[in-house]
Ligand binder design. Structure first.
Ligand code: G3P
Ligand code: CA
Length: 269
């Protein structure tokens, strides 16, 4: 299938591994993207946050206790906010054993290591700036890391990268810094209000339960900031029939915890 930013209405939606392939490996780890790559998943989604000492790391929750052993390692430091721990402290955590003992020793990746691995795997990235209101200035830092690791060259920008967020202000900041990076707004604005998002977002990515065929058509009727029609990527869709139904509504991408399963279902349809 074509990359989301180029998909045609009739094309099979691009399948995007949500946090890697969390039905097979711990979310937001290098193990997860490697596993996704082995299963043939080209597009992966991740979440980026910032440590106390200003490093960018890949993690979904704004606290450490669900996906690491922080609670055991640092018992006196509840509620284990990402922003209260240094990179050194976070890199010493185990981000795999909570999931399965086979992944014991897996680390929380820095954004830098993660970007290099996605590239090494020839994968493409839907990068979510998570809770940017907690991390003032994170947009500029994300841009700097993308540049440092080679992700702002023509090929990556044109074909392999979308930055998304639930925060419209954060996306607007990013758009001012780098209008050339494609952006996705996470949410489901009313059809009548989509036009204002199209000024800075190339994609509108809603919870799949909010999507109707009419809403997809309304999004597709608008052009984004790069002069191509707005795209729609639905999350988080693990049910094969639902994925097929969304494909028939014309969505451009499906974000899923089981990308290999959903890709096979879409291929069979
Ligand atoms: O990519 C969509 C999805 O990741 C948004 O929700 O909470 O999983 O980051 P969440
Ligand atoms: Ca996410």
């Amino acid at each position: 299938a074509a990359a989301p930013a180029h998909a045609a209405t009739e094309a099979t939606p691009v399948v995007i591994g949500h946090r890697g392939v969390p039905v097979e490996a711990p979310e937001n780890t290098l193990a997860s993207i490697d596993r996704a790559a082995r299963l043939g998943t080209v597009w992966v989604e991740n979440d980026v946050q910032r440590t106390k000492d200003g490093a960018l790391i890949v993690m979904h929750d704004t606290t450490l206790e669900r996906t690491t052993d922080a609670k055991r390692r640092y018992p006196g430091r509840a509620p284990w906010k990402v922003a209260d721990f240094t990179l050194d402290e976070i890199e010493n955590l185990d981000a795999g054993s909570w999931y399965d003992s086979r992944f014991t020793g897996e680390r929380v990746p820095t954004l830098d290591r993660y970007l290099r691995r996605v590239d090494h795997n020839h994968q493409k990235l839907l990068l979510e700036v998570k809770a940017p209101e907690l991390y003032p200035g994170i947009e500029r830092q994300v841009v700097a890391e993308l540049r440092r690791s080679g992700w702002l060259d023509r090929q990556h920008i044109d074909e392999g990268l979308v930055v998304q967020s639930f925060s419209a202000p954060s996306l607007k900041t990013l758009h001012k810094l780098r209008p050339d990076i494609k952006k996705g707004f996470l949410g489901a604005p009313k059809a009548a209000g989509l036009r204002s998002y199209a000024e800075f977002a190339d994609q509108i990515n809603p919870d799949h339960t909010r999507i109707t065929a009419d809403w997809v058509a309304a999004a597709h009727a608008l052009d984004g900031p790069h002069g191509r029609r707005l795209e729609v990527c639905a999350w988080t869709v693990d049910d094969e029939d639902k994925a097929v139904g969304l494909a028939r509504m014309g969505v451009d991408g499906i974000i899923t915890n089981a990308p290999h399963v959903i890709a096979a279902a879409l291929d069979d349809d």
